[in-house]
Design a protein around this ligand. Structure first.
Ligand code: SF4
Length: 87
């Protein structure tokens, strides 16, 4: 098992009530919106692809009925595709 201690709370948008929350980043890369304090105090970092793969494989074994995945945390889609997909 890879050691990768997650930080902070997991935020689930209401529209993602039934989704698996996959945190490919921790915190928010922007973290400057004046109305948002969700990730204040959390240093932004990306998760290693091997850790993401481990989480996905584990989730697939434990919950094979998962049909929707929400990528977190804040502004997770700033990552280039090569950081998220195995080549
Ligand atoms: S999570 Fe979204 S709203 Fe909050 S600081 Fe980051 S970009 Fe702004």
């Amino acid at each position: 098992m890879l050691l990768d201690h997650a930080q902070g709370m997991v935020f689930r948008p209401p529209s993602e009530a039934n989704s698996f929350i996959l945190r490919i980043t921790l915190g928010c890369s922007h973290n400057a919106c004046t109305f948002c304090a969700m990730y204040r105090g959390i240093q932004f970092r990306t998760r290693p692809l091997e850790k993401i793969r481990c989480i996905v494989e584990n989730a697939a074994q434990r919950s094979p009925d998962i049909r929707r995945v929400f990528l977190g945390d804040g502004y997770a889609l700033m990552l280039p595709p090569e950081n998220c997909c195995p080549s």
